[in-house]
Design a protein around this ligand. Structure first.
Ligand code: 13P
Ligand code: SF4
Length: 449
C-alpha cells in the first residue's frame, strides 16, 4: 500500500495536482515533520496553545527540537533503534497507537484503538512502567490521569496537540459558567463532589457541563468539580441521557458538531441548541434563548472533519450507486444526515469489517484510518469521501524519529516528553472520567494493529 506520507510527498512534486493521489490540503505536510514543526503555524491543526506542563522533566519545550542526529537517520536506522529499544524494555513498555496515526507508527504499536480504548489499554498492562502514547496531547493526558502513579506516559512529540481541544480553554469556560450562573441563578463556585448525586436523588441542577474527551485536563477537572462528565464519540448519547437525568440542560464543549448531531438524534429541536461564542456576551445569545436551551453548544470544531460536505456524498453516490456512506459525528450535521451511518472511529471500523464482501464504502474520517481499512479489506472498495489528502496534521507530528528518540531515552533511563497532569487537576478530572465509565462502560476492542 502507498502510505499517506508517500502520497503527500509525491503531491509536492507532481505537476498535475488534481487527482485523488496528487492533492494535499497543506503543502507543508510534504516537508519532514521537524521542518514544519519549526514553523509558528502550518495551517489546520496547528496547536500553538496546547499546554505543556511546566514541571515536565527533560521536556522538549517547543517543536522542532528533535536532535539533529535523529533528523538525519535513515528509515532503516530508526527502525533498528525502535525494535532494539522495544526488545530491551520488554514488558516494562507499552506503545499505544491511535487509529489516525501514520502506518510507519502503527507498525510498532502494541495496541491500536480510539482515544477511549487506548486510555483503557494502558490499564491492562500493569507491568508497563512506560506508556508511550502515539496520539495527541489530550489522549496522553487522559492516560496519565487513569494510569497508576508509578506509570509514566510519554508523548513522542509534545507539539502533537488537537486544534479542536484548543478551542475551549479553562478561562473562557469559567467565564461562560459565571454568565450562565447569573442567568440561571446558581452559585458558580458550588462544587458537586463525587457522591453528590447519590446524596441528592431527584435534584436537578440548572446546567450540567459535558466535555468531549478532546479537551485538556483542566476542562475535565472543571466538569469533575461542577457535576459534569466526559464523553467520547462512542458514548455521547448515553452521557447526554445521564446529564438530562441530573440537569435541566447541558453545556457541551468543545465540539459543536458532536453535540448537535447527538442531541438531534435524541429529539432535541435545533431551536433549543443555541451556540455559545466565547467572544460575545452571553455567548451571542439572549436570556430567552438560554432559558429555552436544552444543549448549549460551544463554538468548536475539528478542522479535519469539517472538510466533509454533502456534495462529496452526492458525488460518491453518483459514481457508485450502491455505495454506503459512513461518517464520524464530528462532521457537520447535513453530512451526518446525508450519510447512511455515523459513529465513532471504532463504529466505522466495525461497519467496514461487518460489510459483505464486494461492498463499496465511502468514509468521512481521517485519511490514515481510511487507507488502512482499505488495505485490510481488499475484498471491499473503500475510499475517503474527501478527494484531497488531508491527514490530521497534529497526529501526523508523531514520526518514527520522535518515537526512536523517546524510546532510546527510556533505555538510557530518561523520561523524554513525559506528560504529567497536576495531581489536583487529575483528581477532579478523574471524577468526570469515572462518571463516564460508570454511565457508559465500554468493552475493550481495538487491538494489536
Ligand atoms: P476517537 O475518540 O474516536 O478516538 O476520536 C478522536 C478524534 O480525535 C477524532 O477526531
Ligand atoms: Fe483533533 Fe480533529 Fe485531529 Fe481529532 S482529527 S485529533 S479532533 S484535530
Amino acid at each position: 500500500m502507498t502510505s499517506v506520507a508517500e502520497r503527500i510527498a509525491s503531491s509536492a512534486t507532481a505537476s498535475t495536482a488534481h487527482s485523488l493521489a496528487t492533492t494535499t490540503c497543506d503543502t507543508d505536510l510534504a516537508e519532514p515533520t521537524w521542518v514544519f514543526d519549526a514553523l509558528p503555524t502550518y495551517g489546520p491543526g496547528a496547536s500553538v496553545a496546547d499546554p505543556i506542563p511546566a514541571e515536565t522533566p527533560n521536556a522538549t519545550r517547543r517543536p522542532g527540537q528533535l536532535p539533529l542526529a535523529y533528523q538525519k537517520m535513515s528509515e532503516e536506522e530508526l527502525h533498528a533503534r525502535i525494535v532494539a529499544a522495544k526488545e530491551a524494555m520488554g514488558d516494562r513498555l507499552v506503545i499505544l497507537g491511535h487509529y489516525y496515526q501514520r502506518d510507519e507508527i502503527v507498525a510498532y504499536a502494541d495496541f491500536v484503538g480510539d482515544s477511549f480504548q487506548l486510555a483503557n489499554a494502558a490499564l491492562t498492562r500493569p507491568d508497563a512502567e512506560a506508556i508511550v502514547f502515539c496520539g495527541v496531547h489530550f489522549m496522553a493526558e487522559t492516560a496519565d490521569i487513569l494510569a497508576r502513579e508509578d506509570q509514566h506516559v510519554i508523548l513522542p512529540n509534545l507539539a502533537a496537540g488537537c486544534s479542536m481541544a484548543d478551542m475551549a480553554d479553562e478561562e473562557s469556560v469559567e467565564a461562560a459558567w459565571e454568565e450562565l450562573a447569573e442567568v440561571y441563578g446558581f452559585d458558580p463556585a458550588q462544587e458537586i463532589d463525587a457522591g453528590w448525586f447519590e446524596r441528592n436523588p431527584g435534584v436537578k441542577l440548572p446546567v450540567i457541563p459535558v466535555t468531549y474527551m478532546n479537551s485538556n485536563a483542566a476542562l475535565k477537572a472543571f466538569c469533575g468539580r461542577h457535576g459534569g462528565i466526559v464523553c467520547t464519540s462512542s458514548n455521547a448519547r448515553t452521557v447526554l441521557e445521564w446529564a438530562f437525568e441530573r440537569g435541566e440542560r447541558v453545556l457541551f464543549f468543545p465540539d459543536q458538531h458532536l453535540g448537535r448531531n447527538t442531541a438531534k438524534a435524541m429529539g432535541v429541536p435545533l431551536t433549543q441548541m443555541p451556540m455559545w461564542n466565547p467572544r460575545k456576551d452571553l455567548g451571542g445569545n439572549t436570556e430567552a434563548d438560554l432559558d429555552a436551551a436544552r444543549v448549549i453548544l460551544w463554538h468548536g470544531f475539528c478542522s479535519v472533519h469539517k472538510r466533509f460536505t454533502t456534495a462529496q456524498i452526492d458525488a460518491a453516490r453518483a459514481a457508485h450507486p450502491d455505495v454506503q456512506v459512513v461518517v464520524h459525528p464530528e462532521c457537520p450535521m447535513p453530512v451526518v444526515d446525508a450519510a447512511d451511518a455515523a459513529g465513532s472511529t471504532e463504529l466505522i471500523r466495525r461497519f467496514v469489517a461487518d460489510a459483505a464482501p464486494g461492498s463499496t464504502i465511502a468514509i468521512g474520517t481521517e485519511v490514515n484510518m481510511v487507507n488502512r481499512l482499505a488495505a485490510q479489506h481488499p475484498d471491499k472498495t473503500i475510499f475517503c469521501l474527501d478527494p484531497v489528502i488531508c491527514p490530521c496534521s497534529t497526529m501526523y507530528r508523531i514520526h518514527p524519529g520522535y518515537l526512536a528518540w523517546t524510546l532510546d531515552g527510556l533505555v538510557q533511563g530518561e523520561w523524554r516528553n513525559e506528560i504529567h497532569v497536576d495531581p489536583d487537576v487529575a483528581t477532579h478530572a478523574r471524577i468526570a472520567l469515572e462518571r463516564m465509565l460508570a454511565a457508559a462502560p465500554q468493552p475493550l476492542t481495538g487491538g494489536a494493529r
